[in-house]
Write a protein that binds this ligand. Structure first.
Ligand code: ATP
Length: 202
């Protein structure tokens, strides 16, 4: 069995900062966001189904998905959102399974903003939550994206609350310190996961 570390956290909590560090240690990182983009790329059955359902207006002139338009549509209409999720979640699941199967490192990390909200959590042997206080999450996201705080607050409100995420965690990474602190914490967990992956092989 391959040992899978599921990693999640709210917007701007530091998921990428964490996975960069596991990747630097030679660990395969499977990114659910990337899988979600792949399944609606040009020429995919996923994109064809979306264009058929919403009409060609959902595509740009070159035939690519207009993500902003789709986001607006499903944000305003829960039924359309449910339709889209019924289509994409299984496709994303297959894409993630392919990534996990192809990984050759001693264990791998599945990073997903929706790990706890979807069946993706069932793919993980251990659930890790990257945690920061909301105000720091907001400040770091605004600094990174240059978006206004109101928009970031809206996105945060649509995600699980900090308490809900923490309730789903086997392991918490406190990312309220410096990036040097994060180096140390990830190195510590890397050692722990190597040992657990070794045990899981027996
Ligand atoms: P998203 O959900 O939007 O993809 P994320 O969880 O991947 O976000 P990151 O992009 O890793 O979050 O981090 C958000 C921002 O905060 C980035 O600009 C990152 O460089 C910065 N950051 C992350 N951790 C720290 C830290 N410990 N100290 C200072 N800055 C940090």
């Amino acid at each position: 069995t391959r040992f899978v570390v599921g990693l999640t956290g709210g917007i701007g909590s530091g998921k990428t900062a964490v996975t960069d560090r596991f990747a630097a240690a030679g660990i395969a990182v499977i990114d659910a966001d990337r899988a979600a983009r792949l399944v609606v790329e040009l020429g995919t059955p996923g994109l064809a189904a979306i264009a058929k359902h919403f009409g060609p207006g959902i595509l740009d002139a070159a035939g690519w998905l207009n993500r902003a338009a789709l986001r607006r549509l499903v944000f305003e209409d829960p039924a359309e959102r449910a339709w889209l999720e019924r289509l994409t979640h299984p496709l994303i699941g297959e894409e993630i399974a392919r990534g996990l199967a192809a990984a050759t490192s001693p264990y791998c990390v599945l990073s997903s903003p929706l790990l706890l909200e979807t069946g993706q959590k069932d793919l993980a042997d251990v659930l890790v939550v990257v945690d920061v206080p909301e105000e720091l999450q907001l400040a770091r996201t605004v600094a990174r994206d240059g978006n206004d705080a109101e928009l970031v607050r809206k996105i945060m409100a649509a995600q699980l609350t900090r308490a809900e995420r923490l309730a789903g965690a086997d392991i918490v990474i406190d990312n309220s310190g410096t990036l040097a602190d994060l180096d140390e914490r990830v190195a510590e967990l890397h050692g722990e996961f190597l040992a657990r992956a070794e045990l899981a092989r027996e």
